[in-house]
Design a protein around this ligand. Sequence first.
Ligand code: GTP
Length: 570
Amino acid sequence: YPVESIRNFSIIAHVDHGKSTLADRLLEITGTIAKTDRNKQVLDKLQVERERGITVKAQSASLFYNYKGVNYLLNLIDTPGHVDFSYEVSRSLSACQGVLLVVDANEGIQAQTVANFYLAFEAQLAIIPVINKIDLKNADPERVEKQIEKLFDIPVSECIRISAKQGTNIEKVLEKVIEKIPPPQFNTTDPLKALVFDSTFDHYRGVIANIAIFGGEIEKGHKIVSAHTNKRYEVNEVGILTPNEQPTHKLYAGQVGYLIAGMKEVTEAQIGDTLFMYKQPVEPLPGFKSAKPMVFAGMYPVDQTEYNNLKSALERLTLNDSSVTVHRDSSLALGAGWRLGFLGLLHMEVFNQRLEQEYNTSVILTAPTVPYKAVLSSAKLIKEYRNSEITIINPAQFPDKHSVSEYLEPTVLGTIVTPQEYIGKIIVLCQDRRAIQKEMLYIDEHRVMLKYLFPLNEIVVDFYDALKSLSSGYASDKAYATGKFLCERLKDTIPRQLFEIAIQAAIGKKIIARETLKAYRKNVVAKCYGGDITRRMKLLKRQAEGKRLMRKIGNVEVPRDAFIRVLKRQ
Ligand code: GTP
């Protein structure tokens, strides 16, 4: 395929607007996968993606399509829609020249549509708006097209109306991809320049790097060098993703594919790295802005003997998801562990689930916190930290308030798109979360886009749920209400013990709420009469199984997901 017949594109959208379903149809219509009823979100390969029905990792696929007698190679990169994963979106976009911006014909433009549009716009990519779900009863494509024109300045005539579910107008999408998205402007005769835009670890084959070739060619046997580590490798295999790995003779400028080159250490394939030919160094491509973690939590093995296993699982998974930061940490109650930084709460939950499902580990995750900064006033502390401002990612390390002149907290600019009848309630909710309004714009007669500056801590755990339910009945003194809530939730979450437990919430030394967990009266085996030994063994086994999931903190057994459950105010 000459470079002129290659198109590299991504599908971007708000969550659930139908990216993965559209990707399925594109794979089918180009014959990449057989057409059956079973093709549901084929690119969502991970178990967590299938269970949650969301895309977490961007996945690539090469499609072949004949248009007006010319054979085209179309490289499609499916991207996640949830805000926590926008890091993946911008990473994928660097390998593309254009995007399909999918918008639900019923819901219209949503917050993440706006954010993703700007990512593509700033990267100067061709943007093709696709109005999806026109088969829905309440679909109003005309309204959505007007929103697109108003907010993004793209003429109504540029929009394609489709139903990804029913397969309506999918050919039109492919035609537009070929006509509107420019081919990559790279030269096969230049020296090799390959961008590592993703990488995964395969238990059998080592590191598999997803690469986009910005210049030259690469094939088996070539000696290449990583600009990041300066290490030399011999290429074992190159190929394209259809969507599974399919080896090819070579990869050349403009193509997107994968590479296996004997990288054994998980740290060797840095995302954002540039690969070049041995003895032909090139100017490395600009790497990626490193993702900034915004939610921190402690992670500990349930059983300390599992520490090393968990360590290697963490190393492997962070290679696949480099947006997670890892620092060693330890706690009196939980032993040796780590403090991990995530992009958001969903990101944290998904990472935890992947650790358990893909690496068969069992971990304790502590309550999520956001990073704070403290401006120090104590000369002693300034000397100790060699800085007058420190970042605190661990609540246990909060300096005493008498040595601090000011605390700073992270804020985020949030976009909310809502039907106008909810505006009043949403404004109350935002004010309750200490947010400052920045913008209010009618995107059509009935819908409003609000922009607010939020303290991150106020929205990180449950804002989205609160927004959905629009329940604004919080007590005016939040500390007492929160303390009471946490104590009650802990009381429900911690199983009764053989002794009474006092659960207290405190600010400094002041107790603001208290609940009592009554002692557990009956022994599990007490209810079996006499000598039914099998029933007795079964119950004891069940009890032992239950205990495996817990961890003793002091004398109290706390279920390991209690930390996260108590923080969800549902
Ligand atoms: P994430 O991967 O979570 O970001 O979502 P996504 O944008 O990939 O959406 P997905 O393709 O998973 O579709 C979300 C839901 O919308 C699924 O239940 C689909 O069956 C449904 N859906 C997708 N396209 C259409 C369509 O054209 N019509 C109708 N009626 N439903 C659709």
